[in-house]
Write a protein that binds this ligand. Structure first.
Ligand code: ZN
Length: 153
């Protein structure tokens, strides 16, 4: 059991390092086009590195020209299935300024997903921000309510 936990932790750290290296190598790339399969690829890595594999895969991940308002980059849509089991769909803007911003937005929506799956609500309050330190420590990304507050991080 202990050995198993240590192995998980080892894997988690390895994936977190992969993400950090990806961000330092390619995070600055500009005018990124997001696809659902690309988002799902990074969702899986972020789930391991940040949430220790706790989140359930979203039913759908969309990459859209518009997500609600002009300045909305992402949305986590909380839902119940017909057995009242909670799940989410994630919607992302299909073009983002940088690759780093894409990962920043995706992990933000994943914090909302965690809130929904764990607490049955979403917010930008204390349960949201309690992930800020973990996200900084594991993958060195910011967590904030507004895009303007993360774009120059
Ligand atoms: Zn939010």
């Amino acid at each position: 059991m202990l050995e198993c936990t240590a192995k998980n932790e080892d894997h988690r750290n390895k994936v977190a390092l992969q993400i950090r290296q990806h961000i330092s190598k390619r995070g600055h790339e500009q005018n990124i086009i997001i696809t659902p399969s690309m988002a799902r690829y990074w969702w899986k890595k972020l789930n391991i590195a940040v949430f220790n594999g706790l989140l359930r895969p979203p039913k759908r991940i969309y990459a859209l020209k518009w997500v609600g308002d002009v300045d909305t980059y992402g949305e986590c849509d909380p839902q119940y299935d017909r057995h009242m089991k909670r799940y989410v769909n994630i919607r992302l803007k299909e073009s983002m300024e940088t690759r780093k911003l894409f990962l920043t937005i995706l992990v933000h929506e994943m914090v909302h997903q965690w809130e929904w799956e764990t607490l049955e609500k979403t917010s930008h309050h204390k349960h949201f921000y309690m992930w800020k330190d973990t996200i900084r420590r594991m993958i060195d990304l910011p967590l904030a309510k507004l895009v303007d507050d993360v774009i120059d991080d």
